[in-house]
Design a protein around this ligand. Sequence first.
Ligand code: PLP
Length: 388
Amino acid sequence: MHLLDNPIRSEELLVKTVDIKHRFYASSSEPLTHRELIELATENGDHDLIDLYNDHSLGYAENGGCLDLRQELANLYEPLIGAENIVVFTGAQTGMTITTLAMIHPGDHAIIVTPSYQSLEEGVRLAGGDVTRVELTPENNWQIDVAQIEAAIQDNTRYIVFNDPHNPSGSLLSEKTKKELVSLAEKNDILIFSDEVYRLLELNPAERSQSIAEMSKNGLVLGTMAKPFGAGGMCIGWVACQDKDIIDDLLKAQHLFSVSLSRAGEIQAMMALRVKDRIVEKNMKIIKENLALLDDFFNHNNDLFEWMEPQAGGTGFVKFKGPLSSDELAAQLLEEGILVFPSSVFDCGENLKQYFRIGFSRRTMPAALNAFSEYVEKNRSAWGHPRA
Ligand SMILES: Cc1ncc(COP(=O)(O)O)c(C=O)c1O
């Protein structure tokens, strides 16, 4: 596959809709401002970081992440993951693609759980690997069926890829399922790439289980400052893994794509990580308030929509029960200045053609929901669903 063969559908759509009024698809948390971050750091007594930010050199910063940031990131995991088990990339997107290019050789086979973030799959193809998709279903509460994964394993399977918490459905894997996946991977000498970019955004923190990086030497996990912290502009993502040989390979691979990270982004990330509980608490409050509005809306419109309350993250996958496919619905919504991600963004099979993704982690969501609600009221009679 050539780099330009399969452009990323969501990004193509975003390029075409930069001026859209209502970003009802949005997945990352309410954006932090630098001023807010400095205020939080000041309140937390992190004057060392504020000085570091003001005085830092604009020369090249260490590729793979400076030690101080990797130490802060290691605090997100149990002690099995130390600074030496983390490679920092210019965002999670870069991290996932470089990792996959480094781990997959031409002819290797990967099992990808779908619907998923498209780049998780394209990276494997770009590396010359073959892909088997295993599709999640609403009937199974968007949970991975481990027997299906097992059935897809071939002699050359190198990689099992999934995203947990899951974009788009907002489902969360149980610890039991993760343990079964780990034991399957270890038994068959397969790596697990677990995209955990929505970790820390669990509605019930008690449901957060160990990271796959903590559970197995075969696990590689992806994290980002973008989703839980609303800080995608820091351009800081990372991969954590117990296996030092893999970490060395990732560092080697990274040298082909960059020679430096942004030190400013690294220092901002450390500021955010030191006050992570406060930022996550603020973002979860927004998420919970928005989910209450969505619950009301979908209850009031349950003749037209099927809504499964998410367990984690910033996105949900809604079924439209009216006479349009989700692609047709999304095209009409665009005319109204409302952007949602229809099933084609996720290249879904026929059984998921009615599903579209919405996001609920921004303060702008209530206005987007109001506009969506007006559109629904305007059209429900024509769809054969008049209000009684
Ligand atoms: C599942 C998933 N993985 C990775 C990414 C990329 O993260 P980043 O924006 O930090 O590059 C996204 C962004 O939407 C995502 O939804």
